[in-house]
Write a protein that binds this ligand. Structure first.
Ligand code: ADP
Ligand code: ADP
Length: 232
């Protein structure tokens, strides 16, 4: 069973003459344990597709199934729970709370959900992102790359079924961006996570196992096969 599937998904913003067809019958499946990138020019529908896949936005037609859950048939309460318990997010803006330490930021989603922290899993996540000696620092004491690694750790620590990353390197210099991408890749390789990443950056996409191309709301092509570690 794939981690997420979209079947004939359409999305129309507005109506009548002002209607924008952001997605036009998108069908795509995202395998478990894979790192998939969605690429395409600005306005091609990447963010809309990601928001629909993650239950952040409703579709106009078609179906989305996340694991065993048909999210296009869910109401708001169920969607809120699904996003809290089964999905992780990394955005271009790091969205950390400035008054909390790195460790408190990482643990916040579990705290809010009233879930217990598995210390060995937390330690594993912190070591993979290389934040061991930064846990007591607040966001303004961390570099942009470190802040985004905190955001990645926060997405990972709850063991979501899928992590959705929207332009995760958009605010980073190329070196910090490469660190974050290397970490996302490692979380797939070494920790069996599933990542769906939206990007317009070919370098970022080269870290993925598979790249799906969107144009004018339709999938036009895809490339399967990871870039060898030696090339990155
Ligand atoms: P991308 O992420 O590839 O840049 P988007 O998914 O943001 O593309 O946008 C796809 C199309 O939908 C664009 O034409 C955009 O202008 C339009 N669009 C996106 N969000 C909205 C919205 N909230 N209301 C109206 N149109 C929107
Ligand atoms: P998978 O790696 O196959 O996706 P999980 O990561 O969900 O599976 O779970 C792997 C192991 O971690 C299981 O033994 C599970 O009990 C445990 N586990 C699941 N969720 C958590 C959590 N939030 N904290 C700590 N351990 C967890």
């Amino acid at each position: 069973v794939p981690a997420v599937v979209a079947e004939g998904v359409s999305k129309v913003y507005g109506s009548g003459d002002a209607a924008v067809h952001a997605l036009r019958g998108v069908g795509v499946a995202f395998a478990r344990g894979a790192f998939t990138a969605i690429m395409g020019p600005s306005g091609s529908g990447k963010s809309t597709l990601m928001h629909c896949l993650a239950g952040l936005d409703t579709v106009s037609g078609g179906r989305i199934v996340l694991g065993d859950a048909e999210i296009t048939a869910m109401g708001d309460r169920q969607l809120t729970m699904l996003r809290r318990d089964r999905v992780g997010f990394v955005f271009q803006a790091f969205n950390l709370l400035p008054t909390l330490t790195a460790e408190q930021n990482i643990l916040l989603p579990l705290d809010l959900a009233g879930r217990k922290v598995d210390r060995s899993w937390f330690d594993q996540v912190v070591d993979v992102v290389g934040l061991r000696d930064r846990l007591k620092h607040r966001p303004n004491e961390l570099s942009g790359g470190q802040q985004q690694r905190v955001a990645c750790a926060r997405a990972l620590v709850a063991r979501p079924d899928v992590i959705f990353a929207d332009e995760p390197t958009g605010n980073l210099d190329s070196r910090s961006g490469a660190e974050v991408l290397g970490f996302l890749r490692a979380s797939v390789r070494e920790m069996g996570r599933t990542i769906v990443m939206v990007t317009h950056d070919p370098v970022a996409a080269s870290y993925a196992d598979r790249v799906v191309f969107l144009r004018d709301g339709s999938i036009t092509s895809e490339i399967v096969g990871p870039t060898p570690d030696a090339v990155l």
